[in-house]
Ligand binder design. Structure first.
Ligand SMILES: O=c1[nH]cnc2c1ncn2[C@@H]1O[C@H](CO)[C@@H](O)[C@H]1O
Length: 528
């Protein structure tokens, strides 16, 4: 018996020692009694739901489990109490999202339908068999080019001709579902559905083909000034409703102009920034009117372009970024290169331009850190994986995705010591087929090696993970140890590792603590 008692003591000590290194326990001393109580309640609810709703039969979801494939499990997630709780949780900052993929696709279509200048065309006849691959192309036309065609689907439709969006919708063939069929077709072209992610496109290469096509379609609608203005307001409002109080959003500046309401493609980048500035002010004013001013602390932009351009072209974008920073110092937070790392150019391809940019930025005392996507791959020693070396050597402030970081002990050490936070996008990684479900995601390994992490949604309109609640849910549901306190630590880190400056960051952290306390009190009052 003494033998076993001694073993038990050793066991408890080892577990205690190991657990003490986990992220949430590094700040355990800061936890209030009420937070501990809320954390315990949430654990009980999670355990109960794992045994009930996640074990029940659901029509068309044969083998549910917590942390399962998001697109299949989404309807179950939304019925859980855990989801209800997390949707009320203050999330801190959203540090990784692509602007073009932040507003519900159906809502975007509704905005676009207000503009008679918006047209649509196709190049192949539409049929029930090709609805998911025969994609709509949208464009805002100048008045003199408006078309009077009625239908995209009539046999007399001249393929490749523009049809006013409203007509195309109203006269969409009834065999293809009429108006409702049109909406489904358009929304389907801007989103990924479960049979694509887990069936027809179930490889990284194939899902990226589908994923890339959603941007081609949605950009046609979004890159129109009046639509953009409404779009970004909706993004900010829905984020706030989800408990996000500050945003660093990546805007893709690849196209040099946006279309104006008059159908002319002549709106330069500086006007895109003016639009963001105005939207932030308007939404802040709305919030102030509701007595909720402190729930929305603002938005910054991570200037992005796509990693298929030439190094010479990159020079233009870097100059453009510097010019915008000088005119809008409060808006430009950093610089990034985006797009599929597995197929496009690695960072090393642009090293010379990036190094010169860094030197120049330092000399002119401009604050434009690199905030690079890197290691969003399953590769081990591939160019995409090696991007992690270059991102770190080039001085990246944070790493977007860093999915393959876990294979690099030295880089983990550097991230931990230098405080390079990883923007982890759990649902994005699963839908883009890096992992088949949350229990297989490397997040706990990264986190428990002391690397700071901010949870992010990446492309919520394409994946259906609007806000941050779904990503937090997947992380919480897939663990036995991660608790509400861990999520609180992650939310706090999203502010800590943002580009907010000293005073701004301090204020944001104070406000977060106020909301966090209110939240844990609510959990206890409501669910005890
Ligand atoms: O997870 C991602 N990794 C890399 N690039 C991405 C990701 N999500 C979106 N984009 C890229 O951002 C652009 C839209 O602004 C798109 O070109 C898309 O490929």
């Amino acid at each position: 018996m003494a033998l076993l008692a001694e073993y038990q003591a050793q066991r408890a000590s080892l577990i205690g020692n190991d657990r003490s290194l986990r992220r949430e326990n590094l700040t355990a001393h800061l936890r209030s009694d009420i937070e501990l109580q809320a954390d315990r309640i949430v654990r009980q609810i999670r355990a109960k739901e794992a045994e009930t709703i996640w074990k029940e039969e659901h029509p068309s979801i044969p083998h549910p489990f917590p942390g399962m494939e998001f697109l299949t499990g989404r309807s179950i997630i939304m019925k859980t109490r855990l989801f209800e709780i997390l949707s009320k949780m203050p999330k801190g900052a959203l540090l990784h999202a692509h602007m073009d993929a932040t507003v519900n696709a159906g809502y975007l279509l509704q905005i676009a339908l207000k503009y008679p200048a918006m047209h649509v065309r196709i190049h192949k006849p539409l049929s029930l068999d090709n609805l998911s691959t025969n994609l709509p192309e949208f464009r805002c036309l100048p008045q003199e080019e408006f078309s009077s065609l009625q239908s995209l689907t009539d046999p007399s439709y001249p393929l490749g001709s523009w049809v006013p969006l409203r007509n195309a919708r109203e006269y969409f063939a009834s065999e293809l579902g009429g108006v409702e069929g049109f909406d489904k077709w358009v929304v389907g072209s801007m989103t990924i559905n479960p049979s694509e992610a887990y069936g027809t496109h179930n490889t990284i290469t194939k899902i990226w083909q589908k994923f890339g096509s959603t941007f081609i379609t949605s950009t046609g609608l979004i890159r129109v000034k009046p639509i953009y203005e409404e779009y970004i307001r909706e993004f900010f409002r829905t984020s706030i409703e989800d408990g996000i109080s500050y945003i660093e959003v990546r805007i893709n500046f690849l196209y040099k102009f946006m279309f104006g309401a008059d159908g002319q493609e002549n709106i330069p980048h500086r006007d895109w920034l003016v639009a963001v500035d105005e939207a932030v002010k308007d939404v802040q004013a709305e919030m102030a009117k509701q007595g909720r001013a402190n729930e929305f602390l603002g938005v910054k932009i991570i200037y992005s372009t796509i990693r298929f351009i030439t190094p010479e072209e990159l020079e233009w974008y870097l100059e453009d970024c510097i010019a915008l920073k000088k005119e809008f110092p409060h808006l430009i937070a950093g610089f990034d290169l985006v797009g599929d790392e597995n197929v496009y150019k690695p960072l090393i391809h642009y090293a010379e331009q990036l190094l010169r940019f860094r030197e120049r930025v330092e000399k002119e005392k401009l604050d434009i850190p690199f905030i690079f996507h890197a290691g969003e791959t399953l590769g081990d020693g591939t160019e995409a994986d090696d991007n992690l070396y270059d991102a770190i050597l080039l001085g990246t402030k944070r790493i977007g995705h860093g999915y393959s970081l876990i294979k690099h002990p030295k880089l983990i050490e550097i991230c931990r010591e230098k405080g390079i936070a990883i923007e982890v996008c759990p649902i994005s990684n699963e839908i883009l087929r890096l992992t088949s479900s949350m229990p297989m995601h490397p997040l706990p390994a990264v986190l428990n090696n002391g690397v700071p992490v901010a949870l992010c949604s990446d492309d919520p309109s394409v994946f259906g993970n609007m806000g941050l609640t779904f990503d937090y849910y997947q992380v919480l549901a897939a663990s036995e140890i991660t608790g509400l306190s861990t999520l609180g630590a992650l939310a706090r880190d999203s502010i800590e590792y943002s580009t907010l400056d000293g005073e701004g960051k301090k204020a944001a952290l104070i406000e977060f603590e106020r909301r966090w306390t209110e939240f844990v009190q609510w959990v206890v009052a409501e669910y005890e």
